[in-house]
Design a protein around this ligand. Structure first.
Ligand code: TRP
Ligand code: SF4
Length: 335
């Protein structure tokens, strides 16, 4: 058994990243990689992206953007391994091998699959097989580098549970091979959307992008939904039903947070001022990230590909050892 923790997480390459990705997951990834006690793998799940996207140019562009985002939020590519899923063909081999241990019924019962299937069928679109086997590829992602800690959001818990099941099943049939990975919910938090919905990122109207300028942040916040029953400045508000306040609790602190909370309840503060405070605090988070990104951009357009190339080699070296062992144990070595 390994003595060093191995952390792995991935993000699907679909569009640019937003404050919800940052506060909900990536900030935590950066912290995990910075404490020096863990081997960290952070990858871009561009093969998973193919289950929902078909434009090759889009997929390539998003991939590079995410690499720069990863680095600008504080993941050092010399410390953590940043790579593209598609750089490691061994993961696809492992996907097949694990697929032969996965139960069709389990896959069909995955909430993510059922949801996607229903939506596709409602639009009379094809339900591709990749959507069904999505969690098997995820298990291959996790078990390939023998990760024992997986930081993911709530929506991914069933997938990690299936991964655990496959690891146990493999170990039972073929002998102790994989650590059964644990969820690392850590500080995973849900970041509410600006339009009053419960999650940032569902649509363009409800997100703050990591690249938004202070002006854009202010304008987006100005349009954000507040407590709908607070119609006039003189009406007291109810922070517990206001997403702007929910954002405050994630971002603001101390006296400022208390002033917003108490002020809102007695109409001591207006929504305009309340939103200006949060806009300022959001900009304070985004500024260093954007600065770092500008520095990276100044190093030229090849940087993301260089990072992926190095990371891909490193990831492949680790993962191919596992996959060779698995193939041997299953009686299908490369001859
Ligand atoms: N399915 C994950 C998501 O949509 C991304 C992902 C793919 C992942 N493979 C993974 C996350 C392995 C953690 C571990 O966010
Ligand atoms: Fe929401 Fe702030 Fe307005 Fe209160 S003052 S309703 S917390 S935006």
């Amino acid at each position: 058994m390994k003595n060093k923790d191995v952390v792995l997480s991935g993000i699907r390459a679909t569009g640019s990243l937003h404050l919800g990705n940052y506060l909900g997951a990536m900030k935590f990834f950066a912290q995990l990689s910075q404490d020096g006690t863990k081997d960290c793998f952070f990858f871009i799940a561009n093969l998973h992206t193919l289950t929902t996207k078909t434009d090759p140019e889009d997929i390539k562009r998003d991939l590079k953007e995410i690499v720069l985002d990863y680095v600008s939020i504080g993941i050092d590519p010399n410390v953590a391994t940043i790579f593209a899923q598609s750089s490691v063909p061994e993961t696809c081999e492992l996907n097949w091998l694990l697929g032969c241990l996965a139960s069709m019924g389990d896959l069909e019962r995955m909430p993510h699959f059922k949801d996607k299937k229903d939506k596709k069928e409602a639009k009379r679109e094809m339900v591709n097989a990749g959507l069904l086997t999505y969690p098997v590829l995820m298990a291959a992602d996790i078990l390939g580098p023998q990760a024992n800690l997986v930081p993911v959001g709530e929506d991914q818990y069933p997938h990690v549970e299936l991964t655990r099941e496959l690891a146990r099943r493999f170990n039972t049939i073929y002998g102790e091979t994989f650590p059964v990975p644990d969820l690392l919910s850590g500080e995973a938090i849900r970041v509410p959307g600006l339009d009053g919905t419960e999650k940032m990122g569902k649509s363009d109207y409800n997100t703050i992008d990591l690249s938004d300028s202070s002006d854009v942040v202010r304008k987006k916040m100005a349009k954000a939904m507040t407590d709908p029953s607070r119609k006039k400045r003189s009406d007291p508000g109810n922070p517990s039903v206001c997403n702007v306040y929910a954002l405050h609790t994630l971002i603001s602190s101390g006296e400022e947070l208390k002033e917003v909370l108490d002020g809102c309840k007695v109409a001591g503060i207006g929504c305009v001022d309340c939103k200006n405070i949060i806009a300022k605090n959001i900009t304070n988070i985004l500024m260093p990230i954007q600065q770092k990104r500008a520095e990276l951009a100044a190093k030229g357009p090849d940087l993301p590909l260089e990072i992926l190339h190095e990371g891909g080699k490193r990831a492949r070296r680790t993962i191919s050892v596992t996959v060779n062992e698995v193939k041997d144990k299953m009686g299908v070595p490369s001859y």
